[in-house]
Design a protein around this ligand. Sequence first.
Ligand code: HT7
Ligand code: ZN
Length: 900
Amino acid sequence: PQQKFRKDYAPPPYTISTVHLDFILEEETTTVSSRLRVLPNYGLLEEGASRPALKLDGRKDAKLVRVAVAGNELAEGQYTATEKQLTLNNLPPGEFEVEVVTELRPQDNSLLEGLYKSSGNFCTQCEAEGFRGITFFLDRPDVMAKYTTRIEADEANYPVLLSNGNLKESGKLEGGRHYAVWEDPFPKPCYLFALVAGKLSMKERSFTTCSGREVALRIFVQENNLSKVDHALESLIKSMKWDEDTFGREYDLDLFNIVAVDDFNMGAMENKALNIFNSRLVLASPETATDLDYSRIEGVVGHEYFHNWTGNRVTCRDWFQLTLKEGLTVFRDQEFTADMNSRAVKRIEDVMVLRNSQFTEDAGPMAHPIRPESYIKMDNFYTVTVYEKGAEIVRLYDTLLGKEGFRKGMDLYFQRYDGHAVTCDDFLAAMADANNVNLDTLGRWYSQAGTPNLHVSTSYDAAAKTYTLFCRQNTAPSPGQDVKQPVLIPIKLGLLGPDGADLPLRLRGSDGSVTDLGTTGVLRFEEAESSFQFEGVEVEPVPSLLRGFSAPVKMQVEGQTDEHLLFLLAHDSDPFNRWESGQRLARKLLLKLYAAAAAGGGDHSAKAVGERCTAAGGVPDAFVGAYRAVLGDETLDGSFKAMAVSLPTGNELMDSIEGADPPLLYQVRMFVVKQLALQLRPELEALVAANDDQPGETYHFTAAACAHRAIKNRCLAMLSSLEEPEITHMLLNRFKAATNMTDEIAALSCLVELAGPDRDTALAAFYDKFKDEPLVLLKWLGLQATSNAPGNVALIKKLVDHPAFNITNPNNCYSLFLGFGRSPVNFHAADGSGYAFMGDAVLRVDTINHQVAARMVSAFSTWRQYDSERQVMMRAQLERIVSHPGLSDNVFEIASKSLK
Ligand code: HT7
Ligand code: ZN
């Protein structure tokens, strides 16, 4: 397969101003007629030079039926057509029309790219390069055109006909058929095209924009789900208001449609005025959705809505610039959620995702800059790096420029580029120009992969009353990038005095001047090494560095003791750093105990591991005491507390362990959880009681109600680690009595980790209750797949054949296979059975859906992190996959790069 390179970007020789599409939807063959107004874009030709060819992208499932140029049908031989390209030569001068007719079989399209069927309805997914599966086209985001779409179908089976923009016309036709014509007044790239036709029910609300425009907001779902769309509708209204208030961005059409489909490769898609969503990100009721589901729905509805300005009105010049729209839009949805709920909790959640997934990606063979240099399949670059690290880089501007400066930059960005396809450099230039600052060293984040290491040491001069920070940075080489340059790292900080209060920050400049930074300042660190001196510091402070996680780096603070961390955990005015200090303490402890457990021999039973951990000092009193203090702190809300007493995940620790043994690390982690539960049992039980529902209390998705459930369920999970019959019994009762899915799934997830009859009883009861709720069954599949109950591989194999499991549905594959890949005990089973199961599954899914299979094969990418036996077995699976005949380019790219 061929790689595409960022450096090879060239504008297209032709562009397209208008597109007329006509879809004749039938049960067997769908016919698509497309009429394009083509404009030359090649500039002045040299004397005698012929006009360039027009090369339209295609895909093998779009069968070419007819092609005409300027009204003249071309005979075979007058054009060149392969499965992937239609080449037209001898084109007229100036503007001309091209007509292309293709035939498709959407009912056979299991890739879920282009036009396909989901639960009997027609729908589309065109990002990144799916439009070429519908018709031959200049399938690239820098070709922006105005679309008119006519859809014709059987009225009884497909009463709803939707496309982008406004409805212009509709009517009945002979033979029980009907049609609709949609017109989108805004020029857009073809990846934002969408069509939906089917039997759908709709719920509507309305929103009045800041300039008084009435917008109809409609959500379309299958009839039986109509009662579950209120939260999504409410979230949409909040998003529209927030974007007006925060960024002055108003919606630009009279209609905004959302359609929920069951078969979807990703979460949702921001097609202009016709968002298409994975149904799991639309549908919610207290009985079927958890707090986490509610929160994700709010965030993703916001995310797709925010794309209307960051992505649709201003789009990407080429796919290498994907983070321009995705990083920026993730940042916007993060800020939206922070404003709607708790800012501190949201920041911690986002950093947890970053550390768990992105840092791992950045340290492995698939590491790439947020603006990649090359790809085989663009679909493989919708990554945590492009999205989540991309959002962190946008956050750097916000941290450096402040809210006002950031807003000025955004305003200039929209003013300059509305209606254009632009680059990450253009975004940086808008931010720099609007604020009159130089951001060149920030620009390096776009081209360098890897997580920078930030090393800080400190020195206090009691006589001079100065406190100095010495900062050093370096980034390890990553595939294809041996040498890295220093990047701009904003270090947000405070200095704590002996009473835990923040000291005033008086920063001394190189010219001797002094800047007053208040009590939280931002240092601009952009060299390989720099020092920063504060004056007027009366006593040696405890530094609180990288407040709010002000840059996506790994920070090491020389001389930072457990006492410092305990002090920060107790007193830091920055809630993120309070949490962070607890995580640092836990990380140190877990790594120390792991080293002791690993050194102690081959018996990895819970008992043997526990004995070795105890011999190494176990869980110190000070650590338990710190957790006790957090649990008892009346000023902290339950969601924060729940996160503060959660240990870092095994994944997060893996990069600090040479040749890691995941099941052993799991045992060590469980030892610590159990010790905490033993020693904090009264506190945990008291918190469960204090945060339990009052009799008759109904479910509400509010920050306060979520906080109660979060801490209660965290305490229950810790207690369940004790594996006492009385506690298990209590969990079973709670599971049976639960009145909302958050509590029900929390109890079930504890039970699923325990071997024995209660586990089976609970799983069977849950299945029975929800067998007609496909979204709830995803949770049932996922819990069993991720379970660390020993010997689970056999059970998972059986689940693949269970009637509840449908391998052609991406959500099912993600729950079962990706869920299984997250189990440290069973995916990493010492006999290699977990790896063999996953290898087989990748190859099977690849015959159905390449994008899903590519996500699954990533489970093997981290193979170098593990002990040598596991490395050999994981590598063997990758080699088997890479050499498999007929492998998709998607899977080939991930598997082959993982092996390098
Ligand atoms: N912009 C959307 C990306 C997307 C996608 C990409 C590749 C294959 C399928 C896909 N479905 C949606 C999602 C978003 O970031 O908003
Ligand atoms: Zn997005």
